[in-house]
Design a protein around this ligand. Structure first.
Ligand code: C2O
Ligand code: CU
Length: 659
């Protein structure tokens, strides 16, 4: 069984155990001995199943079972054993028609039920890691519930007051512990301290992103003195030798866009178009983009997704610049050093902004590119529930002469992955996330699952019979038809739903890489992705968490220029998290302990599915302050984002936003 399956099974067993223990206690209280005994047996079985599932899950990593082994299973085992010893013999006697179902039977059964609730409750609400405070609160709550039950079902309990007082104290201690980190965050949030105090830990406060906006100007002088401000890390103003300057102006504004079907959608756009105008260049050119904001009242920026620009050009509001408000503008400049398929999007309220259309394509071609062939950029996006390719919300056609080299650049601009199938021709995935693969082989009858934010470049020679690219096996599709109009369309009704899924980790050919799985690293970080209660922007929320925290309280990853950094990303949750680090290309070392068997994989966005463990590495060669976040932008919005900062780099901005 898969890790994701075991995670679900653990919850199912936990809920079953809870219902059965509580039901058994309730049946005993209602003097229905037979039912109580039957439910008792179910409860024991479900409790044992939880232990078994946890043991099966443990080899996948301690992250998946930590709260079970340290807290909820011991609690369940103790309470379950107590119930078995105290209640089971009396239940059996009662079923035989002798004896009575007194409080001595009901209380242990219900007590085991309260202990059983803790399993799914801690897993769902607190996640990883379970802390001392979680443990204390959980134990106190279970004890309190037992006491209340005792009080309700029997005569006055000796020593109840003392026990109640102890329980209350334990619970309060737990709550107190839980709020220690919250208070720390709260202190930095006010940001009203004297500049001297802030300088002492300026890195921390900025990195935490929690410092009040009002304090930023007061501390500007301090930053200039103590390190390089991120605003000084800007791109060059000239192209590389032989390159040209490519100038673009993008004006963000609200507009009604018309999709290919004629449907009108109220959108946030660049230049009134969705996707925005393409930014294109040849390798070595200088890309200069003037961003203007006409009427996007929440502000806008441009982030160059997957493009390792200097930090000051990265477009993260509150970290590398202030959001560009209506009437304002910002000039971005960077060299086209990476060839391939990328995209740009706003990073201010990016979940809403990107959804509504503030994105476009960034494509850089090799300088000596032969300018022949069909080169199509196909961003997949959801507008008002309809899946679109570019601005097509209906099947569309493109004429291509047989034999023509074709490149289809698939770009995932949605929050969730999409499935592509290409039929009618074998093809190669030439590049992923803009980076060429080594000696990719031919594919056919394969499903391509494109992560949110990711890109696949498909190449093939146009077949005489035409080719069909479909998204999610459904309505939206692109048919490439040869010039001869009479050729019958091939594979029109081909069922693609059963095609096996493409795995980038076993595609292409191995080759020497700058740093392999064995190389030593200077820094290691682990990011455990989950959902749970956390303090988000000063308030408790059910957040998408990293190591139990939510933005801006997730500790910043601090690196030094030149470091080889290794990052383990673990998904303990029930949703896919497309992980994205700004400013760096990561190399995949392993997924679930297995290294890529094919081409080296250099990515900027990788899907960490439920139960998966990815290990990636990157060279810290782009000083600055960077976002590191889930590219399901609504997850990022709900806490799943943190910063990566280089020692000695500071930001003059408040840092409270970033998404
Ligand atoms: Cu494509 Cu931080 O984003
Ligand atoms: Cu996510």
């Amino acid at each position: 069984m898969t890790v994701a399956g075991l995670i679900v099974l653990d919850l199912v067993a936990g809920v079953t155990a809870t219902v059965a223990w509580l039901g058994s206690g309730a049946a005993a209280a209602a003097r229905r001995a037979g039912l109580a005994l039957a439910l008792f047996c179910v409860a024991v079985a479900a409790s044992l199943a939880r232990v078994g599932v946890a043991l099966a899950l443990a080899p996948a990593g301690w992250w998946f079972v930590q709260e079970k082994f340290t807290l909820t299973l011991p609690l369940l085992v103790v309470a379950g054993l107590a119930a078995s010893v105290l209640a089971a013999p009396r239940l059996v006697t009662a079923v035989r028609g002798r004896g009575d179902l007194s409080a001595a039977v009901v209380i242990p059964l219900l007590g085991a039920g309260y202990a059983a609730v803790a399993g799914p409750a801690v897993t769902l609400l607190m996640g990883y890691p379970a802390t001392w405070s979680t443990g204390l609160v959980t134990v106190a709550l279970v004890a309190a519930a037992v006491l209340v039950t005792w009080r309700a079902v029997s005569a006055p309990v000796p020593g109840l007051r003392v026990t109640a007082a102890v329980t209350l104290a334990v619970g309060l201690a737990g709550v107190g512990l839980a709020f220690v980190p919250a208070e720390t965050a709260g202190t930095t949030e006010t940001g009203g301290g004297p500049p001297a105090a802030m300088e002492a830990h300026a890195m921390d406060t900025h990195a935490m992103g929690a410092m009040g906006a009002g304090a930023s100007s007061a501390s500007d002088g301090g930053h200039a003195r103590q390190g390089r401000p991120v605003t000084a890390l800007r791109g060059p103003s000239t192209p590389a030798a032989g390159g040209e300057v490519r100038r673009f102006t993008l004006t963000a504004r609200t507009a009604t866009v018309t999709l290919s079907s004629g449907r009108e959608v109220a959108a946030w756009t660049f230049d009134g178009r969705v996707p925005g105008p393409p930014v294109t260049a040849s390798e070595g050119d200088l890309i200069e983009v003037r961003l203007r904001n006409a009427d996007i009242t929440s502000g806008v920026t441009l982030h160059w997704h997957g493009y390792d620009v200097p930090s000051g050009e990265d477009g993260v509001p509150g970290l590398t610049q202030d959001a560009v408000m209506p009437g304002q503008e910002f000039l971005y400049r960077f060299r086209a050093t990476q060839v391939g398929t990328y995209w740009y999007h706003t990073h201010e309220v990016s979940d809403r902004g990107v959804k509504l259309g503030l994105y476009g394509m960034l494509v850089v071609t090799p300088r000596e590119a032969a300018n022949e062939g069909a080169d199509l950029t196909l961003p997949v996006h959801t507008f008002g529930g309809k899946i679109t390719l570019g601005d097509h919300d209906q099947p569309f056609e493109q004429r291509v002469a047989p034999g023509t080299p074709v490149r289809l650049r698939l770009v995932g601009t949605d929050n969730t992955p999409h499935q592509f199938t290409l039929s009618g021709t074998p093809y190669k995935v030439a590049a992923i996330d803009g980076r060429d693969l080594n000696a990719p082989g031919e594919l056919s009858r394969t499903r391509l699952r494109l992560p949110a934010g990711g890109r696949y470049d498909l190449v093939f020679a146009m077949p005489a019979g035409g080719a069909l690219l479909r998204v999610d096996d459904r309505a939206t599709s692109l048919r490439l038809t040869p010039d001869a109009p009479s050729t019958p369309a091939p594979s029109a009704a081909e069922d693609t739903s059963g095609w096996p899924e493409f795995d980038p980790l076993s595609y292409g050919t191995p080759s020497a890489t700058p740093f392999g799985a064995g190389s030593r690293s200077d820094r290691r970080f682990t990011l455990v992705l989950d959902q749970g209660l956390a303090i988000m922007n000063g308030r408790p929320a059910y957040a998408h968490t990293v190591n139990g925290h939510a933005f801006p309280s997730i500790p910043t990853q601090l690196v030094r220029e030149g470091d080889l950094v290794r990052v383990t990303v673990v998904n303990r949750g029930r949703e896919t998290h497309p992980w994205h680090l700004h400013g760096h290309t990561v190399r995949v070392l392993s997924r679930d302990g297995r290294a890529p068997a094919g081409s080296p994989l250099l990515l900027d966005t990788f899907d960490v599915r439920p139960g998966e463990v990815w290990e990636v590495a990157f060279r810290a060669n782009n000083p600055g302050m960077w976002m590191n976040h889930c590219h399901n932008l609504s997850h990022a919005d709900q806490g799943m984002a943190l910063h990566l900062a280089y020692e000695g780099v500071t930001t003059p901005f408040h840092g409270a936003h970033g998404g």
